[in-house]
Design a protein around this ligand. Structure first.
Ligand code: ATP
Ligand code: MG
Length: 878
């Protein structure tokens, strides 16, 4: 089976068992500040487990995108070094929300693995929590896993998503891939067995029985209901199913490795070090593709910094493979190709993702080589001094000047047998923070330059190109002359570049000498001191000189797109106040070329209907094509005229007032459209709480809105095709299918109840007594093997002390079962009973003292065999 088929087959199996197939949640948890990234399938159901939210279904199944690179679950250090831990992976899971529990979870897992997928039973192991007798008993009773392969563990069999949240004991399924698979053979202390951490025994599926919540103080309390939460690593399963030694040989990942092979002109599987690098690149390419698709962009903090760390680690492994130019954005193409079918979001955003990756690669390329050179010198020195750790200040310098995240330095040092002196690193960081206070906005190179005596003037919103003179050059580490590759902050006397403020991101573009011999790429624009605007970027050609006249050119398309979003924030601010009340105040905003984000003070969610009215009102003002005017005036006068002033902004004596018709008046130094009609269209993407009393609205405008509509259209199209109905009728059709499914489930449950429970009393009508034991031998039709076994169990429970023999015709086949209650296994032996009866129906068989079964070719002789059973058990005549 291909990877895609395996994923589908999992979903189908549980769909057929009454589970609703749900889509993967985004990697960024929607409403959970306790977690940086989704690390398991259960995250999107956390509130349901806690009893705080409900779903229209009680059983669900999905394939969830997971990232394990932070918090309780962090596998980064293993990635690439082993072949079965990824940062990004897919987790297949099935859930019960207060519906079925341990019995079904175990039975279905076993059925799917061994009957449907036919994995070799003699290689599977089950583990249960030390206290979980019930689970162990179930494994013995309903599966045929080897009796000596049910093991008990403590910590390994208690699952938690993080420090707090739903949790409980779990039962895991491990597979033994044979002695040759062990990857720790040269470790003398290592013994291959379950949970010993080598590639021979690997965990494939974890069945978690959620029954507790852990609170902030670490205390466990019972949840209102018991739930099932299972997770199976898709890549590990696929490796087993496709009979390959490593996750990276699974078709889905192999294609990505192949693209790295092509780029590096190397073959995977030849040299162990190269293989590690190829695996890291393959893994990180998947992670960054999905992170960017889910809205994360490289930055210096939080989620953005995790992304940056991944990108930079991948870049360094590219160097190890001899890749001289940015390459990762090309590997992204292979990821999209391999995984786009189940995850269309990466197809839709392919270009955007590749651009963001490339940009970050280029940004880092300028300093990577120099950082590596510095590190090589320092490593040599540390070794000469027989030190075991690199001084913290050196790691800090790499971090601060060369953009080496600490874990990248550590990762490189592992290969040299060195660590980092962390205390020194932190001291340096702290000192710098103290120095940098008051000039915090200074982003990448965090040393504040001495900008005294400098001044630069923003020449205004309508100017895309301007000539001026370089008056200041700053670099935190490098010295003049600033030639190709240098990362510098350039200050000019005047500039058309907008510096980040009021939530609007800084401009990008180019600064060139008039004769074209020098070109400097501006990647960001920031105010570094009052009245001083710095163009931050990299020299691409020639050399920067103070005093030189230059041409400054902004990326106008990017500015235009930001302009639309910025003007739209003013409209939405006014509309929110209009609909929700004048207590609404802006609490923060972000305006980028792609989207806008607006935080405001408001105590409760904005209902769907109100949100639609707000959206309508904003679009109404856009169509009214109001004139947008800006006017400079004294601060007092502006406030008197009713202009809205923003939180936390410091205003000078004169301010700029932006007016949109009579509808909105705000103090703002940002860039705006000429008339509101330029915004085109405004579409809200969502609204949610971000802190107590603060709501966040996200929206898109112009082309961004068009793109969103197209994406939704494609999705609807796909749904309609899946349910085979015209788009207008897709929802109705889906509703019908779900109703049908519920109906079928109900009927199946009824029938099963009738067959098993209902028939039991009748069957016992035939029972006979021998020396205080109850003997029953009877025919049952209409149940499969498993149903018969369950029925035999139930009858045995009911008679308490005695023997049950069941016979059933299954088409051409006869089936006989014998079950003896525990107290009588000394007197009767089920295996022997079956051994004697089976020949009567043309078969053979045997079994344990308490339970045995056999098949035969002659169903016509079942009644005779059952009569013989009574004889055999001394109950021949009543
Ligand atoms: P391991 O002990 O192998 O790290 P785990 O106990 O951390 O696994 P769970 O938290 O139970 O795993 O996750 C459920 C399933 O997800 C595991 O059974 C495994 O198949 C898969 N899985 C877990 N971590 C990873 C990873 N880093 N990469 C790929 N698959 C993983
Ligand atoms: Mg783990």
């Amino acid at each position: 089976m291909t990877g895609d088929e395996i994923r589908d087959s999992f979903l189908d199996f549980f769909r057929e068992r009454g589970h609703t197939v749900v889509p993967s949640a985004p990697l960024v948890p929607e409403d959970d500040p306790s977690l940086l990234f989704v690390n398991a399938g259960m995250v999107q159901f956390k509130q349901v487990f806690l009893g705080k939210d409900t779903r229209p279904y009680r059983r669900a199944v999905d394939s969830q995108k997971c990232l394990r690179i932070s918090g309780k679950h962090n596998d980064l250090e293993q990635v690439g070094r082993d072949t079965y831990h990824h940062t990004f992976f897919e987790m297949l899971g099935n859930w019960s929300f207060g519906d079925y529990y341990k019995r079904e979870a175990i039975a279905w897992a076993w059925e799917l693995l061994t009957r449907v997928w036919k994995l070799p039973k003699d290689r599977l192991w089950a583990t249960v929590h030390t206290t979980d007798d019930e689970a162990e008993q179930l494994w013995r009773e309903i599966t045929d896993v080897g009796r000596d392969r049910i093991l008990r563990f403590d910590a390994e069999n208690f699952w938690e998503m993080g420090d707090t949240g739903p949790c409980g004991p779990c039962s895991e399924i491990h597979i033994d891939r044979g002695a040759a698979a062990c990857d720790r053979r040269d470790d003398p202390a290592h013994v291959c067995r379950v949970n010993a951490g080598c590639a021979r025994y690997i965990e494939i599926w974890n069945l978690v029985f959620i029954q507790y919540n852990r609170d902030e103080s670490g205390k466990l309390s019972d949840l209102p209901a018991k739930h099932v939460d299972t997770g199976m690593g898709f890549e590990r399963l696929a490796a087993v199913m496709q009979n390959v030694a490593s996750n990276y040989d699974v078709d889905v990942l192999r294609g990505i490795i192949a693209s790295v092979e092509r780029l590096a002109k190397k073959t995977y599987g030849r040299a162990p070090d190269d293989d590690v690098s190829m695996r890291v690149i393959c893994d990180h390419a998947r992670a960054v593709t999905f992170l960017i698709a889910d809205g994360v962009l490289p930055s210096n903090e939080g989620r953005g910094y995790v992304l940056r760390r991944l990108l930079r680690r991948a870049a360094r492994h590219g160097k190890l493979l001899g890749l001289a130019k940015p390459f990762l954005h090309e590997v992204v193409g292979a990821v999209v190709h391999a995984m786009g079918r189940p995850y269309p979001e990466i197809v839709a955003q392919h270009a955007r993702i590749a651009d963001a990756v490339r940009e970050e690669e280029e940004r880092f390329a300028a300093t990577l080589d120099r950082g590596l050179a510095l590190l090589a010198t320092e490593v040599k020195r540390a070794k000469a001094e027989r030190a075991s750790a690199l001084p913290g200040e050196v790691a800090f310098r790499l971090y601060d000047t060369f953009g080496f995240p600490l874990d990248l330095t550590e990762d490189i040092l592992v290969g040299e047998g060195l660590t980092v002196e962390i205390a020194g690193f932190e001291r340096a960081m702290e000192e710098q923070r103290a120095r940098g206070r008051g000039a915090q906005r200074f982003t990448d190179a965090a040393v504040a330059p001495d900008a005294r005596g400098l001044e630069s003037r923003f020449v205004g919103d309508r100017v895309a190109q301007y000539e001026s003179e370089i008056v200041g050059l700053f670099s935190s580490e490098q010295r003049e002359p600033f030639g190709e590759g240098a990362e510098v902050d350039v200050v000019t006397a005047e500039t058309p570049f907008y510096a980040e403020s009021g939530g609007q991101v800084g401009d990008r573009g180019w600064i060139e000498s008039l004769d074209g011999s020098m070109a400097f790429e501006v990647l960001d624009t920031q105010k570094i001191a009052q009245g001083v605007i710095a163009h931050k970027g990299t020299v691409r050609r020639g050399r920067l000189r103070r005093g030189e006249r230059v041409r400054l050119r902004i990326d106008a398309a990017r500015r235009e797109a930001s302009r639309l979003n910025h003007s739209a924030t003013h409209l939405v601010h006014a509309a929110l106040r209009h609909h929700l009340g004048s207590h609404v105040k802006q609490a923060g905003s972000l305006v980028t070329p792609d989207r806008l984000r607006f935080d405001f003070n408001h105590g409760k969610p904005v209902g769907d209907e109100t949100m639609r009215e707000i959206e309508d009102e904003v679009n109404g003002r856009i169509r009214a094509n109001l004139e947008v005017s800006t006017e400079e005036m004294p601060y007092r006068q502006a406030l008197e005229k009713g202009a809205l002033a923003f939180f936390g902004e410091k205003y000078g004596a004169t301010v700029t007032v932006v007016r949109m018709g009579d509808y909105s008046t705000e103090l703002c130094g940002g860039t705006h459209v000429a008339r509101t009609g330029d915004i085109g269209v405004f579409k809200v993407r969502g609204e949610a709480g971000v802190a107590a009393g603060v709501r966040r609205l996200e929206a898109v405008t112009g082309e961004g809105a068009l793109e969103l509509i197209r994406r939704h259209e494609a999705l609807l199209h796909e749904i309609a095709a899946l349910v085979r109905a015209p788009e207008d009728e897709a929802a109705a059709k889906l509703e019908k299918l779900l109703a049908q499914q519920r109906e079928l489930e109900k009927r199946i449950a009824e029938l099963q109840g009738k067959l098993a429970g209902g028939a039991a009393p009748d069957l016992l009508a035939d029972a006979r007594r021998v020396d205080g034991a109850t003997i029953v031998a009877t025919r049952v039709e209409g149940l499969d093997d498993k149903g018969l076994r369950e029925l035999a169990d139930r009858l045995r429970d009911r008679i308490k002390s005695g023997v049950v023999v069941l016979g059933s015709a299954q088409g051409e086949r006869a089936l006989l079962l014998a079950a003896v209650t525990k107290d009588l296994t000394g007197r009767y032996h089920a295996g022997n009973i079956i051994k004697q009866l089976a020949p009567l129906v043309g078969g053979g068989g045997g079994g344990r003292p308490d339970f045995a079964q056999a098949g035969g070719k002659d169903p016509a002789r079942l009644d005779a065999a059952l009569a013989a059973a009574y004889e055999l058990l001394g109950a021949g005549s009543r």
